[in-house]
Design a protein around this ligand. Structure first.
Ligand code: FPP
Length: 254
């Protein structure tokens, strides 16, 4: 059955929890590891793909909320380089959801959201790859929010890719190894136009980064919660933002 991300259950942009208010200082870049879809489905006796579908709904609501409160960069871990190890049925279900989503993105464009897909596109089905490139082109003029979707993404893979490009320039004599800087490596990552992550959010009780934006998270603040991703709500994001606003960030200084 066709599934629309935008036509059902659209809550108002306001958060219903009057006890929470959005802090004035917002992170410039929030990254989300959308974990716990499988457990959410299992708890209900449903197949894992059902959890991913509910996770996709939560994803949609949180992206709209980020746009409405003024988060400038929001990254989401959709599919990792390691996720190919999952059963084919589950991979197909995630790819189908992705395909539906990619064909239902008008609202993002109307909201002047720039869409950026990070990861190795070459292993993805051709129609998905082409649609991703098209959306990147169509939205590159927008600057209200960068929506960054990591698909076939791995942090180590990304660093290897950057290292290879720099090594090629060195082999051609165009670059002196001594002159390689952190900035230069950053400029060869998929996220070259995006600021480093300020706040990394992982639901589902797992306390790890799982190869997501490992370079970009060098000074990120982490927020973990036991809530499973399909239940991750606007109020949960408010809590994370309030927590973030109260942290003292020193970036190695005093
Ligand atoms: C991790 O939960 C989740 C994934 C590997 C897939 C994330 C995909 C979506 C939220 C849906 C597709 C998104 C879009 C943008 C259309 P898990 O399955 O590892 O959960 P578990 O740890 O409980 O098993």
């Amino acid at each position: 059955m066709a599934f629309s991300f935008f036509k059902k259950n659209q809550p108002s942009e306001k958060n219903n929890n009057d006890n929470n208010s959005i802090p004035e200082v917002l992170p410039k870049h929030v990254a989300f590891i959308m974990d716990g879809n499988g457990r959410w489905a299992k708890k209900r006796g449903m197949p894992r793909k059902y959890g991913h579908r509910e996770g996709a709904k939560a994803f949609h609501d949180i992206t709209r909320y980020c746009r409405s409160i003024g988060i400038k960069n929001a990254s989401f871990y959709v599919f990792s380089t390691e996720n190919w190890k999952r059963p084919k049925e589950e991979i197909d279900a995630i790819m189908n959801l992705l395909w539906e989503y990619l064909n239902d993105c008008d609202e993002y464009l109307e909201q002047e959201v720039r869409m950026i897909f990070i990861g190795d596109k070459s292993r993805l089905p051709e129609k998905i790859r082409n649609r991703m490139i098209e959306l990147e082109e169509d939205s590159k003029k927008y600057d209200k929010m960068n929506l960054i979707l990591a698909i076939n993404y791995g942090g180590r893979d990304e660093i290897v890719y950057a290292a290879r490009q720099l090594a090629e320039q060195t082999a051609k004599g165009e670059l002196n190894p001594e002159s390689i800087t952190e900035d230069m490596i950053g400029q060869h990552l998929y996220t070259r136009e995006i600021p480093d992550v300020d706040l990394m959010i992982r639901p589902s009780g797992e306390l790890r980064l799982s190869n997501f934006l490992i370079w970009q998270c060098a000074y990120a603040e982490y927020y973990f919660t036991d809530i499973l991703w399909p239940d991750f709500s606007r109020n949960e994001l408010d809590k994370a933002l309030i927590d973030f606003a109260g942290r003292g960030r020193r970036f190695g200084g005093v």
